[in-house]
Write a protein that binds this ligand. Structure first.
Ligand SMILES: [Zn+2]
Length: 453
């Protein structure tokens, strides 16, 4: 766990712009600088980072790992959110066994790690009244084996009519007591506290408007806060949320969220594409954050979240890949690249800066997940970092090497990656993962999903 990383082209550090070297001791960054000398008295592995830039590991704040074996399903290719949910995730959900979940999770985490991520928040929602706990265990196991930081956002639905697809596939929802009992089992088994926990549990009803009753939401919020757990859900991905909130509860979606105790510094939502001025004001006033998932929002034609206005108002911003059934690349770097571009197309060339986008994709996410001791390269912070090899033709013409992965986008080459000082990518190889075997397992998993259907 002792490393000296030397001679990087540049390091995206906090407060040390000229650093080229970095020292890791016991999982933490202990020194940043230039020409740091090896310490023979305290043995360390010296890594020559020539040709590489060093970034904080990227933090993905919204994923559905189960969807990694549901990419590009023809029936869902040209559908909006509602049609796509029925045609893809809800169609295949009942057929996901713990073994398929495990292979899907390994694929999704592999894609994140190879793009530069070191933390994944997985919104895992495959829970119904008779779900085996092994389905969730498969996610924890995959993360532990690959060494990535895992935040499991435990989805749930208590409403029978929460989605046509659920009815069609006879998915029986859980009761609120069942949800809280199972949450508590997971909390005791896996949840760690502290600003650089390797495993965290989050209370995350699948949809704030469609999958829970107001009483269920209030009960989950109360339980989450009693146990100091964060809260997450989908909100305002499409304007149907706003329409439904008015029809069912006689108020806007954001006011409904607030009335149920679902706004605050311990809450973040995926998407928020259809946030109006009032919604942005309430999010900012309460410190509620966003997981901005631009690829998925483009793919499903949902729109572009008003992230620039949100940032100006003070809403905490983070980035997520969303599930691979609606964002097939599964790459965090793609989300950064698209975030940099798409808001410029909409708001002009000064809407985003490279530095701002990198911060949203690292520190911003870490803070929203309650992992404040990660997401930045500074002395005393956890050693979650990636070395992108930019000694390649396509990066060679870039005048600002540090930002070349963000500007050029995929494909990138992560040469080495560390989580809490543990090396999880070594010279381009993800430790403990055989790519050919993963490919075979995923191909077989896809066949199994289809054969059963
Ligand atoms: Zn999602």
């Amino acid at each position: 766990m002792n490393y000296l990383i030397k001679n990087a082209v540049a390091v995206a550090s906090t407060g040390f712009p000229d650093a080229r070297d970095l020292r890791i001791r016991g999982g933490y960054i202990t020194e940043l600088g230039n020409a740091l000398a090896p310490t023979p008295e305290d043995p360390e592995t010296v890594i020559d980072a020539s040709g590489c830039v060093v970034w904080p590991g990227l933090v993905n704040t919204h994923h559905h790992l189960a969807q990694s074996i549901m990419k590009g399903v023809p029936e869902g290719l040209n559908q909006d959110l509602g049609g796509w949910l029925s045609s893809v995730p809800y169609r295949f959900w009942p057929k996901v066994t713990p073994e398929l979940m495990y292979h899907a999770a390994r694929l999704g985490l592999y894609e994140l790690i190879r793009s530069g991520a070191t933390t994944c928040a997985d919104h895992h929602y495959l829970y119904h009244s008779t779900t085996s706990p092994e389905l969730e265990d498969a996610v924890w196991q995959a993360a532990e084996e690959l060494g990535i930081r895992m935040v499991l956002c435990r989805g749930s639905a208590t409403e029978t009519g929460s989605h046509e697809g659920m009815i069609e596939h006879r998915i029986e929802p859980e009761s609120i007591d069942q949800i809280i009992e199972r949450l508590d089992t997971t909390r005791k088994k896996h949840h760690q506290t502290g600003p650089d926990a390797m495993k965290k549990l989050v209370v995350a009803p699948t949809s704030l408007i469609h999958s829970s009753s107001p009483e269920g939401l209030k009960a989950q919020a109360q339980w989450a806060r009693e146990n100091k757990l964060r809260m997450h859900s989908h909100l305002l991905e499409v304007d149907f949320d706003e329409i439904q909130a008015h029809q069912r509860y006689g108020q806007s979606a954001i006011d409904y969220a607030e009335s149920c105790g679902w706004l605050g510094q311990d809450v973040w939502y995926a998407h928020l594409v259809h946030s109006d001025t009032h919604a942005i004001e309430r999010l900012a006033a309460t410190g509620t954050g966003i997981a901005h998932c631009p690829t998925s929002n483009c793919r499903l034609g949902s729109g572009i979240a008003p992230v620039i206005r949100m940032a100006e108002a003070g809403v905490p911003i983070s980035l997520g890949v969303d599930g691979s059934a609606s964002a097939e690349s599964g790459s965090m770097l793609q989300e950064l690249n698209l975030t940099w571009l798409i808001h410029r197309a909409q708001n002009g060339p000064d809407a985003t800066t490279l530095e701002q986008v990198l911060e949203w994709g690292s520190q911003g996410g870490a803070d929203l997940l309650g992992l404040e001791n990660t997401g930045r390269l500074a002395v005393g912070k956890a050693a979650d970092l990636v070395l992108y090899d930019i000694d390649k033709p396509r990066f060679a013409g870039v005048h600002v090497p540090l930002m070349s992965p963000l500007m050029c986008g995929e494909p990138v080459h992560v040469r080495d990656s560390f989580v809490q000082g543990r090396r999880i990518v070594n010279d381009g190889q993800i430790c403990g993962l055989d790519e050919a075997e993963l490919t075979r397992n995923v191909q077989e998993s896809v066949l199994q999903l289809l054969d059963n259907g």
